[in-house]
Unconditional design. Structure first.
Length: 210
């Protein structure tokens, strides 16, 4: 979700009439965020036309300064890869969201493999994502990469203390000031949960080598 002083947008993905997945958003406008009964205007959902292709486009993640969007897509291959798209920043974001013109999606080659690379999430200079590439522990594993001098480092597997031979999926990472740590939340269908995919949390700093 992206927040402003009096408005915010919620981003998600959904399948379209052709059976492909598109990135969509709903725009909310409130006259007073601090008054629960204040009038609220809801626009959408709309498809994010500058980003979407005729294939599957999923899992949008924005940099904090709103200058770059990351997502995954199978637009070029049978497998999913991670892409980025330059954004105009907060001042031009509304025009970007409402535009029908296709943007320039750039494949992030440093993060790409011949397997599926999905669920990118950006926090500061850390990218977390999942992949079923060779060398993992089975199914989808969690990986991270660091932005160093404008380029992404080689992806690193979080290792067997986090990954299992089941699927680990949809990570998010964020700073938690009270413990002064980066925390990561992800889902997994490993045994020992309540069924299906359960949520897990870990202090990520102990696993990320800067």
């Amino acid at each position: 979700s992206l927040y402003g002083p009096e408005e915010y947008s919620y981003f998600f993905y959904a399948d379209n009439q052709n059976g492909d997945y598109d990135i969509c958003f709903t725009h909310y406008l409130k006259t007073d965020f601090y008054t629960p009964s204040s009038p609220e205007i809801i626009n959408g959902p709309d498809t994010l036309m500058p980003v979407n292709s005729d294939k599957d486009d999923l899992y949008p993640s924005f940099t904090e300064d709103l200058t770059k969007l990351f997502f995954c897509s199978n637009r070029e291959n049978e497998v999913f890869n991670i892409y980025s798209m330059q954004l105009p920043g907060p001042a031009g974001l509304h025009d970007f969201l409402s535009s029908d013109e296709p943007g320039e999606a750039v494949l992030i080659s440093e993060l790409s493999s011949e397997s599926n690379d999905k669920c990118p999430y950006i926090h500061a200079d850390i990218m977390v994502f999942v992949s079923d590439r060779e060398g993992g522990y089975g199914g989808f594993d969690l990986y991270y990469s660091l932005l160093e001098d404008g380029a992404w480092s080689a992806p690193v597997n979080f290792g067997p203390k986090i990954n299992t031979d089941y699927d680990e999926y949809r990570p998010i990472i964020f700073s938690f000031e009270e413990v002064q740590k980066n925390l990561m939340i992800f889902s997994s269908d490993r045994p020992g949960g309540l069924g299906g995919f359960d949520l897990y949390m870990v202090k990520a700093d102990g696993y990320i080598q800067n």
